[in-house]
Design a protein around this ligand. Structure first.
Ligand SMILES: Nc1ncnc2c1ncn2[C@@H]1O[C@H](COP(=O)(O)OP(=O)(O)OP(=O)(O)O)[C@@H](O)[C@H]1O
Ligand SMILES: [Mg+2]
Length: 324
Protein backbone atom coordinates (compact mmCIF):
# COMPACT_ATOMS: atom_id res chain seq x y z
CA UNK A 1 0.00 0.00 0.00
CA UNK A 2 1.11 3.53 -0.62
CA UNK A 3 0.46 6.49 1.60
CA UNK A 4 -2.04 8.82 -0.02
CA UNK A 5 -2.09 11.27 2.83
CA UNK A 6 0.51 11.86 5.46
CA UNK A 7 0.07 13.65 8.76
CA UNK A 8 3.37 14.58 10.40
CA UNK A 9 3.72 16.20 13.80
CA UNK A 10 0.36 17.92 13.47
CA UNK A 11 -0.94 20.08 16.28
CA UNK A 12 -3.95 22.32 16.55
CA UNK A 13 -4.28 24.82 19.35
CA UNK A 14 -7.29 26.91 20.21
CA UNK A 15 -6.90 30.09 22.18
CA UNK A 16 -9.69 30.47 24.68
CA UNK A 17 -10.22 33.96 26.00
CA UNK A 18 -11.59 34.19 29.53
CA UNK A 19 -12.93 37.70 29.57
CA UNK A 20 -11.35 41.09 29.51
CA UNK A 21 -8.76 40.82 32.27
CA UNK A 22 -7.81 37.17 32.30
CA UNK A 23 -5.13 35.90 29.97
CA UNK A 24 -6.27 33.63 27.16
CA UNK A 25 -5.46 29.96 27.67
CA UNK A 26 -4.34 27.57 25.01
CA UNK A 27 -6.10 24.28 24.42
CA UNK A 28 -4.18 21.62 22.48
CA UNK A 29 -7.09 19.95 20.70
CA UNK A 30 -4.69 17.92 18.55
CA UNK A 31 -1.35 17.52 20.21
CA UNK A 32 1.21 15.97 17.90
CA UNK A 33 -0.20 13.38 15.52
CA UNK A 34 1.68 11.27 13.00
CA UNK A 35 -0.45 9.15 10.68
CA UNK A 36 -0.53 7.83 7.16
CA UNK A 37 -3.64 7.17 5.16
CA UNK A 38 -3.02 4.31 2.78
CA UNK A 39 -4.77 4.09 -0.57
CA UNK A 40 -7.92 1.98 -0.34
CA UNK A 41 -8.04 1.61 3.42
CA UNK A 42 -10.78 2.51 5.87
CA UNK A 43 -9.00 4.20 8.75
CA UNK A 44 -11.27 4.17 11.79
CA UNK A 45 -10.72 6.87 14.42
CA UNK A 46 -12.13 6.29 17.88
CA UNK A 47 -11.85 7.96 21.26
CA UNK A 48 -14.00 9.70 23.83
CA UNK A 49 -15.82 12.94 23.17
CA UNK A 50 -13.41 15.88 23.05
CA UNK A 51 -10.27 13.90 22.21
CA UNK A 52 -9.80 15.82 18.96
CA UNK A 53 -11.30 13.57 16.28
CA UNK A 54 -13.31 16.26 14.50
CA UNK A 55 -10.48 18.77 14.77
CA UNK A 56 -8.23 16.26 13.01
CA UNK A 57 -10.94 15.60 10.40
CA UNK A 58 -11.31 19.30 9.66
CA UNK A 59 -7.56 19.60 9.17
CA UNK A 60 -7.53 16.64 6.76
CA UNK A 61 -10.24 18.41 4.79
CA UNK A 62 -8.29 21.64 4.69
CA UNK A 63 -11.07 23.40 6.62
CA UNK A 64 -8.74 24.25 9.49
CA UNK A 65 -5.00 24.86 9.22
CA UNK A 66 -2.70 23.01 11.63
CA UNK A 67 -0.93 25.15 14.24
CA UNK A 68 2.19 23.06 13.64
CA UNK A 69 3.24 20.13 11.50
CA UNK A 70 2.34 19.16 7.97
CA UNK A 71 -0.42 17.32 6.16
CA UNK A 72 0.42 16.22 2.64
CA UNK A 73 -1.59 14.62 -0.16
CA UNK A 74 0.64 12.69 -2.56
CA UNK A 75 3.54 14.60 -1.07
CA UNK A 76 2.03 18.07 -1.58
CA UNK A 77 1.26 20.21 1.46
CA UNK A 78 -2.48 20.85 1.72
CA UNK A 79 -1.79 24.55 2.22
CA UNK A 80 0.09 24.67 -1.10
CA UNK A 81 -2.54 22.60 -2.89
CA UNK A 82 -5.30 25.12 -2.18
CA UNK A 83 -8.91 24.59 -1.14
CA UNK A 84 -10.39 23.98 -4.59
CA UNK A 85 -7.91 21.34 -5.72
CA UNK A 86 -8.14 19.68 -2.33
CA UNK A 87 -11.94 19.65 -2.44
CA UNK A 88 -11.85 17.80 -5.76
CA UNK A 89 -9.90 14.99 -4.10
CA UNK A 90 -10.98 14.97 -0.44
CA UNK A 91 -14.62 15.34 0.57
CA UNK A 92 -16.52 15.23 3.87
CA UNK A 93 -19.63 13.45 5.06
CA UNK A 94 -20.67 14.96 8.39
CA UNK A 95 -22.98 13.83 11.14
CA UNK A 96 -25.81 16.28 10.64
CA UNK A 97 -27.01 16.09 7.05
CA UNK A 98 -29.56 18.83 7.68
CA UNK A 99 -27.09 21.38 8.96
CA UNK A 100 -24.80 20.78 6.00
CA UNK A 101 -27.45 21.09 3.27
CA UNK A 102 -28.75 24.51 2.26
CA UNK A 103 -32.48 24.35 3.10
CA UNK A 104 -33.39 26.83 0.35
CA UNK A 105 -31.76 24.94 -2.51
CA UNK A 106 -33.22 22.05 -4.44
CA UNK A 107 -31.56 18.64 -4.09
CA UNK A 108 -30.15 18.52 -7.64
CA UNK A 109 -28.49 21.91 -7.32
CA UNK A 110 -27.06 21.02 -3.91
CA UNK A 111 -25.42 17.95 -5.41
CA UNK A 112 -24.32 19.83 -8.54
CA UNK A 113 -22.75 22.72 -6.59
CA UNK A 114 -19.22 21.25 -6.44
CA UNK A 115 -19.33 20.83 -10.24
CA UNK A 116 -20.38 24.46 -10.63
CA UNK A 117 -17.62 25.62 -8.30
CA UNK A 118 -15.13 23.76 -10.46
CA UNK A 119 -16.67 25.13 -13.64
CA UNK A 120 -17.47 21.73 -15.05
CA UNK A 121 -19.82 21.64 -18.04
CA UNK A 122 -23.02 23.60 -18.47
CA UNK A 123 -26.06 23.60 -16.19
CA UNK A 124 -27.75 20.71 -18.03
CA UNK A 125 -24.63 18.54 -17.82
CA UNK A 126 -24.23 19.29 -14.12
CA UNK A 127 -27.86 18.47 -13.40
CA UNK A 128 -27.54 15.19 -15.26
CA UNK A 129 -24.44 14.22 -13.31
CA UNK A 130 -26.13 15.18 -10.06
CA UNK A 131 -29.19 13.07 -10.86
CA UNK A 132 -27.02 10.11 -11.90
CA UNK A 133 -25.22 10.32 -8.58
CA UNK A 134 -28.47 10.67 -6.64
CA UNK A 135 -29.74 7.50 -8.30
CA UNK A 136 -26.50 5.75 -7.51
CA UNK A 137 -26.91 6.52 -3.80
CA UNK A 138 -30.50 5.28 -3.85
CA UNK A 139 -32.52 8.46 -4.39
CA UNK A 140 -34.82 8.30 -7.42
CA UNK A 141 -34.71 11.21 -9.88
CA UNK A 142 -38.08 12.47 -8.66
CA UNK A 143 -36.31 13.89 -5.59
CA UNK A 144 -34.17 16.19 -7.76
CA UNK A 145 -36.43 19.19 -7.29
CA UNK A 146 -37.32 18.59 -3.65
CA UNK A 147 -35.93 20.64 -0.78
CA UNK A 148 -33.92 19.11 2.08
CA UNK A 149 -36.80 19.72 4.49
CA UNK A 150 -39.00 17.36 2.49
CA UNK A 151 -36.62 14.43 2.98
CA UNK A 152 -36.06 12.00 5.84
CA UNK A 153 -32.78 11.99 7.77
CA UNK A 154 -31.51 8.96 5.87
CA UNK A 155 -32.44 10.50 2.52
CA UNK A 156 -30.68 13.73 3.46
CA UNK A 157 -27.55 11.78 4.33
CA UNK A 158 -27.78 10.15 0.88
CA UNK A 159 -27.85 13.65 -0.63
CA UNK A 160 -24.77 14.60 1.39
CA UNK A 161 -23.02 11.46 0.14
CA UNK A 162 -24.01 12.19 -3.47
CA UNK A 163 -22.65 15.71 -3.13
CA UNK A 164 -19.41 14.36 -1.64
CA UNK A 165 -18.95 11.91 -4.53
CA UNK A 166 -20.07 13.97 -7.50
CA UNK A 167 -16.51 15.22 -8.11
CA UNK A 168 -15.19 11.64 -7.87
CA UNK A 169 -12.87 12.31 -4.93
CA UNK A 170 -10.26 9.80 -3.77
CA UNK A 171 -10.73 10.30 -0.04
CA UNK A 172 -13.94 10.68 1.94
CA UNK A 173 -13.66 11.85 5.54
CA UNK A 174 -16.73 10.62 7.43
CA UNK A 175 -17.27 12.24 10.82
CA UNK A 176 -19.99 10.31 12.67
CA UNK A 177 -21.91 9.83 9.40
CA UNK A 178 -24.69 7.75 10.91
CA UNK A 179 -24.90 8.95 14.52
CA UNK A 180 -27.87 11.23 13.88
CA UNK A 181 -29.89 8.54 12.10
CA UNK A 182 -32.40 5.96 13.32
CA UNK A 183 -30.79 2.61 14.02
CA UNK A 184 -32.73 0.99 11.17
CA UNK A 185 -31.36 3.52 8.69
CA UNK A 186 -27.78 3.45 9.99
CA UNK A 187 -26.92 0.09 8.48
CA UNK A 188 -28.38 1.07 5.10
CA UNK A 189 -26.13 4.12 4.99
CA UNK A 190 -23.10 2.09 6.13
CA UNK A 191 -23.75 -0.53 3.46
CA UNK A 192 -24.07 2.22 0.89
CA UNK A 193 -20.74 3.73 1.96
CA UNK A 194 -19.08 0.33 1.67
CA UNK A 195 -20.56 -0.34 -1.79
CA UNK A 196 -19.40 3.06 -2.99
CA UNK A 197 -15.94 2.36 -1.65
CA UNK A 198 -15.72 -0.69 -3.93
CA UNK A 199 -17.27 0.96 -6.93
CA UNK A 200 -15.22 4.16 -6.84
CA UNK A 201 -12.06 2.79 -5.22
CA UNK A 202 -12.42 5.19 -2.30
CA UNK A 203 -10.25 5.63 0.74
CA UNK A 204 -12.12 6.47 3.94
CA UNK A 205 -11.33 8.12 7.21
CA UNK A 206 -14.15 6.95 9.43
CA UNK A 207 -14.82 8.59 12.78
CA UNK A 208 -17.41 6.96 14.99
CA UNK A 209 -18.46 6.53 18.57
CA UNK A 210 -19.97 3.21 17.62
CA UNK A 211 -17.18 0.71 18.12
CA UNK A 212 -19.20 -2.15 16.68
CA UNK A 213 -19.52 -0.19 13.45
CA UNK A 214 -15.81 0.60 13.39
CA UNK A 215 -14.98 -3.05 13.97
CA UNK A 216 -17.23 -3.95 11.08
CA UNK A 217 -15.97 -1.53 8.46
CA UNK A 218 -12.49 -0.21 9.34
CA UNK A 219 -9.34 -1.90 8.10
CA UNK A 220 -7.12 -0.07 10.60
CA UNK A 221 -8.01 1.76 13.78
CA UNK A 222 -6.39 4.77 15.43
CA UNK A 223 -7.32 5.24 19.08
CA UNK A 224 -7.10 8.87 20.19
CA UNK A 225 -6.75 10.22 23.71
CA UNK A 226 -6.33 13.89 24.63
CA UNK A 227 -5.30 14.97 21.15
CA UNK A 228 -2.88 12.11 20.50
CA UNK A 229 -2.99 8.74 18.79
CA UNK A 230 -2.21 6.26 21.57
CA UNK A 231 -2.50 3.16 19.41
CA UNK A 232 -2.74 2.36 15.73
CA UNK A 233 -3.24 -1.20 14.52
CA UNK A 234 -5.13 -3.45 12.13
CA UNK A 235 -8.80 -3.70 13.13
CA UNK A 236 -8.93 -7.43 13.83
CA UNK A 237 -5.75 -7.19 15.85
CA UNK A 238 -6.77 -4.23 17.98
CA UNK A 239 -10.20 -5.64 18.78
CA UNK A 240 -8.71 -9.02 19.68
CA UNK A 241 -5.73 -7.78 21.67
CA UNK A 242 -5.40 -4.06 22.18
CA UNK A 243 -2.04 -3.02 23.59
CA UNK A 244 -2.60 0.38 25.16
CA UNK A 245 -4.45 0.27 28.51
CA UNK A 246 -6.78 2.98 27.22
CA UNK A 247 -7.62 1.01 24.06
CA UNK A 248 -8.20 -2.08 26.17
CA UNK A 249 -10.68 -0.25 28.38
CA UNK A 250 -12.39 1.56 25.52
CA UNK A 251 -12.74 -1.47 23.28
CA UNK A 252 -13.96 -3.67 26.11
CA UNK A 253 -17.04 -1.46 26.16
CA UNK A 254 -17.98 -2.77 22.69
CA UNK A 255 -19.20 -5.98 24.32
CA UNK A 256 -22.95 -6.06 24.51
CA UNK A 257 -24.06 -6.10 28.12
CA UNK A 258 -25.91 -9.14 29.32
CA UNK A 259 -29.56 -8.28 29.91
CA UNK A 260 -30.06 -6.94 33.42
CA UNK A 261 -26.34 -6.71 34.15
CA UNK A 262 -25.84 -3.17 32.91
CA UNK A 263 -23.03 -1.79 30.84
CA UNK A 264 -19.73 -3.65 31.26
CA UNK A 265 -17.26 -1.90 33.52
CA UNK A 266 -14.66 -0.53 31.17
CA UNK A 267 -12.28 0.28 34.00
CA UNK A 268 -12.26 4.01 33.15
CA UNK A 269 -13.33 5.09 36.59
CA UNK A 270 -12.22 8.70 36.48
CA UNK A 271 -13.82 11.14 34.11
CA UNK A 272 -12.10 12.37 30.97
CA UNK A 273 -9.52 14.98 32.04
CA UNK A 274 -9.90 18.67 31.28
CA UNK A 275 -8.02 19.23 28.00
CA UNK A 276 -7.14 22.73 29.24
CA UNK A 277 -5.36 21.20 32.18
CA UNK A 278 -3.93 17.87 31.02
CA UNK A 279 -2.07 15.75 33.56
CA UNK A 280 1.74 15.78 33.34
CA UNK A 281 3.46 12.82 31.69
CA UNK A 282 1.20 10.36 29.90
CA UNK A 283 -2.25 11.95 29.55
CA UNK A 284 -3.89 8.69 30.53
CA UNK A 285 -1.90 8.08 33.72
CA UNK A 286 -4.56 9.22 36.27
CA UNK A 287 -6.97 6.61 34.88
CA UNK A 288 -4.47 3.90 34.11
CA UNK A 289 -4.43 0.68 36.14
CA UNK A 290 -0.76 0.09 35.35
CA UNK A 291 0.70 3.59 35.81
CA UNK A 292 4.27 3.73 37.15
CA UNK A 293 6.27 6.79 38.28
CA UNK A 294 7.67 7.23 34.76
CA UNK A 295 4.12 7.66 33.44
CA UNK A 296 3.62 10.75 35.59
CA UNK A 297 7.00 12.17 34.60
CA UNK A 298 7.25 11.86 30.81
CA UNK A 299 4.86 11.54 27.92
CA UNK A 300 5.45 8.28 26.04
CA UNK A 301 6.58 8.39 22.42
CA UNK A 302 4.96 6.00 19.97
CA UNK A 303 6.91 2.78 19.49
CA UNK A 304 6.45 0.09 16.84
CA UNK A 305 5.21 -3.27 18.06
CA UNK A 306 4.91 -5.55 15.06
CA UNK A 307 2.85 -3.70 12.47
CA UNK A 308 1.15 -1.69 15.21
CA UNK A 309 2.20 1.50 16.96
CA UNK A 310 1.59 2.20 20.58
CA UNK A 311 2.38 5.20 22.78
CA UNK A 312 2.78 3.60 26.20
CA UNK A 313 5.91 3.27 28.33
CA UNK A 314 5.07 -0.37 29.01
CA UNK A 315 6.06 -1.07 25.39
CA UNK A 316 9.16 1.14 25.31
CA UNK A 317 12.39 -0.90 25.57
CA UNK A 318 13.77 1.65 28.03
CA UNK A 319 10.94 1.30 30.55
CA UNK A 320 9.47 -2.12 29.83
CA UNK A 321 11.12 -3.65 32.90
CA UNK A 322 9.28 -1.31 35.24
CA UNK A 323 6.00 -2.89 34.22
CA UNK A 324 6.94 -6.52 34.74
N1 LIG B 1 -13.25 26.13 17.35
C1 LIG B 1 -12.89 25.74 18.57
N2 LIG B 1 -12.56 26.64 19.52
C2 LIG B 1 -12.18 26.25 20.76
N3 LIG B 1 -12.09 24.97 21.15
C3 LIG B 1 -12.41 24.02 20.25
C4 LIG B 1 -12.81 24.34 18.92
N4 LIG B 1 -13.07 23.19 18.25
C5 LIG B 1 -12.82 22.19 19.13
N5 LIG B 1 -12.42 22.67 20.33
C6 LIG B 1 -12.04 21.90 21.52
O1 LIG B 1 -11.06 20.96 21.10
C7 LIG B 1 -11.24 19.71 21.75
C8 LIG B 1 -11.43 18.64 20.70
O2 LIG B 1 -12.68 18.84 20.04
P1 LIG B 1 -13.21 17.91 18.86
O3 LIG B 1 -14.48 18.47 18.38
O4 LIG B 1 -12.12 17.72 17.88
O5 LIG B 1 -13.47 16.53 19.64
P2 LIG B 1 -14.15 15.19 19.14
O6 LIG B 1 -13.19 14.09 19.45
O7 LIG B 1 -14.60 15.34 17.74
O8 LIG B 1 -15.40 15.06 20.12
P3 LIG B 1 -16.87 14.45 19.82
O9 LIG B 1 -16.69 12.97 19.92
O10 LIG B 1 -17.69 14.99 20.94
O11 LIG B 1 -17.31 14.90 18.48
C9 LIG B 1 -12.43 19.89 22.67
O12 LIG B 1 -11.96 20.16 23.96
C10 LIG B 1 -13.17 21.07 22.08
O13 LIG B 1 -13.86 21.78 23.07
MG1 LIG C 1 -16.48 15.29 16.81
Amino acid sequence: MTALMEVAGVRRDFSLSRGLFARARTLHAVDGIDLTLEKGEVLGIVGESGCGKSTLARMLLGLLPPSAGRITLDGVDLAALGRRKLAARVQPVFQDPYGSLNPRKRIASIVALPLAVHDMGDAAYRRKRAIDMLERVGLPARFADSYPGQLSGGQRQRVAIARALVMRPEIVVCDEPTSALDVSVQSQILNLLMDLRQEFGLTYVFISHNLAVVEHIATRVAVMYLGRVVELAATAEIFASARHPYSQALLASVLTPEPGKGVPDNGLGLAFPDPLDPPPGCGFNPRCLYARPVCKATAPAAVADGAARVACHAYAPLYRKEFE
